[in-house]
Design a protein around this ligand. Sequence first.
Ligand SMILES: Cc1cc2nc3c(=O)[nH]c(=O)nc-3n(C[C@H](O)[C@H](O)[C@H](O)COP(=O)(O)OP(=O)(O)OC[C@H]3O[C@@H](n4cnc5c(N)ncnc54)[C@H](O)[C@@H]3O)c2cc1C
Length: 457
Amino acid sequence: MSDVLVVGGGPAGMAAALAAHRHGARVVLLEAGDDVGGQFWRHRGTGADEGVWHHGWDRFLALRSGLTRVEVVTNAHVWKLDRRDDAPPVVHVLVGEPDGQGRESRTYAPETLILATGAFERTLPFPGWDLPGVYTAGAAQALAKGERVAVGARVLVAGAGPFLLPVVSSLLRIGAGVAGVVEAAGPAQLARGWAARPWRLLAARHKTAELAGYVRELATHRVPYRTGAAVVAAHGTDRVEAVTVARLSADWAPVPGTERRIAADAVCVSHGFVPRTELAVAAGCVTGPDGSVTVDDRQRTSVPGVLTAGELTGIGGADLALAEGEIAGTVAAGGVPGPAAVRQRAVFREFAARMAAAHGIRPGWQAWLDDSTVVCRCEDVTAGALRHAVAVTGSRGLRSLKLTTRAGLGLCQGRTCGRTVEDLVPGLLDPGRTDRRPIALPLRLGELATSNREDVP
Ligand SMILES: Cc1cc2nc3c(=O)[nH]c(=O)nc-3n(C[C@H](O)[C@H](O)[C@H](O)COP(=O)(O)OP(=O)(O)OC[C@H]3O[C@@H](n4cnc5c(N)ncnc54)[C@H](O)[C@@H]3O)c2cc1C
């Protein structure tokens, strides 16, 4: 019986663990949260009312009940991988509440490792985005879905991508007032992604039905939806009181003279997602130009015995994550992927490519920054300080800029600002370097000191 270790209990990891088990492997699934489900099925129980908050809830319940036959370790934080010559890396884990004392240290030396660690949100900075009352859309959604807490009474949702719509839906469901949705992509960019060969979208028709549901909700609540515009500043003294919204050019540069002030007590912003690759990078997996992990048609990475699935291989949504997870789990256990999963992966890869074309970030956004806009919030580094360091030192290397400015050296280790810093340095020599984090998660010095290497078989 082969040994398969899965890291990440979102849609991709759940599907991978179950498929590997079904094909006869002995499976352990490690998940940092206190339940499986990941970002898509972020829930606070499995009560009868929970289903109204989530698409595909029945699928989640089926996967979760299937996982009772697999060893699932929750609150399991994988913080380091040690490479081996002829085998997948050794996986170091701390088990317990992230802020708790006495977390248990464990190590695994699997025959096959499946990484399914998902994605981070990408948020483009703007003047005033560090005011209280400005949230990432994901944080607002987590508070709504997970805690039933509304981030404000008059909320503006802004950024790019279809993800803005479920966020609005969650806000409306908990009774927040939504002042409007502002999508940065203009009609031409949206058409480039979604209008080409529309019949091919039929294969993903339940996504169209989801979209129709959101449109109905917006109409019922009279929430205005504007395209080709962005929040270019937030205003307030102790917290957000208003935002400036401006029309954007096709390249996302604000069009002068189109600014409009809108009252809001909260702003939720999201400009897409970035694959969460630190473990894959630590394992030595090759990544592509967009930072996602490169895989073959069997979800195998460049490192023998390491497979990946879900957002880690490219941002594509839960359906793609489920298909890739099914294929990765099957292959990890020595099986042959079924045609249904392979077909579903092809359909949703095309869907992902359309999404990237329709909502992908355009470089003109940098024009809405001013020199005092904070870029790295952990270390309080402004856009001006970063540009000054580039001009004065002539440096084009992220490592040296990090050491000069401290951007990316704080608690989040560049998860929030990394891609932004990369965008702001013209002619950057080492893009993607902000994903290199030898220690993947925050841990105490005491835990580091007692992490027992001798446990490694
Ligand atoms: C904040 C946020 C909100 C989102 N909300 C939606 C939504 O409402 N609708 C939608 O269609 N899409 C949403 N998405 C996109 C969503 O990520 C995908 O559609 C889907 O969840 C991808 O599945 P996945 O399994 O690849 O990743 P995820 O669902 O992100 O699962 C990855 C899992 O890996 C775990 N993990 C990561 N690192 C470690 C580690 N070091 N140790 C142990 N465990 C680890 C995480 O805790 C997580 O549970 C959201 C994404 C984000 C980032």
